[in-house]
Design a protein around this ligand. Structure first.
Ligand code: HEM
Length: 209
C-alpha cells in the first residue's frame, strides 16, 4: 500500500500508553476479581499467590489508572459530542445488524465509542479515589469504617461496570477489521477511514487550517 494512502490515527506515545494499560489491566482486573468472590480466588495466582495479589493489586491499579487518565486526556478532543452523533445513536439498530449503508457517517470516533469513553473516565476516577481510601495499611486508617465500606462498594461496582465496558470495547475493536492494526502500528488506510470514520477526513483537514 502506498504511504500516502495511510493516515495517522494513534501516535506512538498513545499506543505505548494503551498497551501498557492493557498489561497492567490484565494483572489488576484478574487480581481484583479474585477478592470479589471465593470461587474467583484462583485468579489471584496471576500475581504469584493470593497474599502477593493483596499487596500488589493497588500498585498495578495505580499504574493502570494514572496511565489511563493520561490517555483519556490525550483523546479528549476527539471524544466531544457533535451533531452527527445523535443521528448515529438513532441508528443503533442498524449498527447492531451491520446494515453498513444505513449507518450515518462518524467522525474520529463514533457515538458508541464516545459513550464508552465517558464510562472510562467515570470508572477510572472512582476506582482511583476509592482504591486509595481502601488501601491498607497506608490510607484506610485515616478514614472512618463507614467511609471505607462505601469505598469498597463503589470500587467493586465500578470494577464490574469497567469489565462489561471492556468486553464491549474489545468486541468492537476485533469486529472492525483493521482497528487493532491501527492501535499497533499507528496508521490506517484512507479506505478504512472512509468506511468507518469518514468525517475524520474533514476533521483532519480543518486541523491543518
Ligand atoms: C486486549 C484488550 C484491548 C484491545 C484489543 C483494545 C483495542 C483498542 C483499539 C483497537 C483502539 C482504537 C480504536 C479506534 O481506532 O477506533 C483502542 C482505543 C482505546 N482503548 Fe483499548 N483495547 C484493549 C484494552 C483497553 C483497556 C484495558 C483500556 C482501559 C482500561 C482501553 C482504553 C482505550 C482508550 C481510552 C482508547 C482511546 C479511544 C477511545 O476512546 O475509544 N483499552 N483500544
Amino acid at each position: 500500500m502506498q504511504k500516502s494512502s495511510m493516515i495517522v490515527r494513534h501516535r506512538l506515545f498513545d499506543r505505548l500508553c494503551h498497551w501498557f494499560i492493557v498489561v497492567t489491566a490484565f494483572f489488576t482486573i484478574l487480581s481484583g476479581f479474585s477478592f470479589l468472590y471465593p470461587s474467583f480466588q484462583w485468579m489471584g495466582a496471576v500475581l504469584g499467590s493470593p497474599q502477593l495479589a493483596r499487596v500488589l493489586h493497588p500498585f498495578t491499579g495505580v499504574l493502570m489508572c494514572f496511565t489511563w487518565m493520561l490517555l483519556l486526556i490525550r483523546y479528549y478532543k476527539h471524544n466531544k459530542f457533535q451533531k452527527q452523533d445523535a443521528a448515529w445513536m438513532a441508528h443503533m439498530k442498524d449498527v447492531m445488524l451491520d446494515n453498513e449503508d444505513k449507518i450515518p457517517p462518524a467522525g474520529h470516533y463514533n457515538a458508541g465509542q464516545k459513550m464508552l469513553f465517558r464510562m472510562f473516565i467515570l470508572t477510572s476516577v472512582v476506582l482511583t479515589v476509592t482504591g486509595f481510601i481502601m488501601w491498607q495499611p497506608y490510607f484506610a486508617p485515616h478514614f472512618s469504617p463507614e467511609v471505607v465500606q462505601w469505598a469498597i462498594f463503589f470500587h467493586a461496582l465500578c470494577a464490574i461496570v469497567l469489565l462489561l465496558g471492556l468486553i464491549v470495547h474489545v468486541w468492537m475493536a476485533t469486529w472492525i477489521e483493521g482497528s487493532i492494526a491501527g492501535m499497533l502500528y499507528g496508521k490506517v488506510s484512507r479506505a478504512w477511514v472512509r468506511k468507518h470514520h469518514p468525517l475524520m477526513l474533514d476533521e483532519s483537514e480543518q486541523e491543518k487550517h
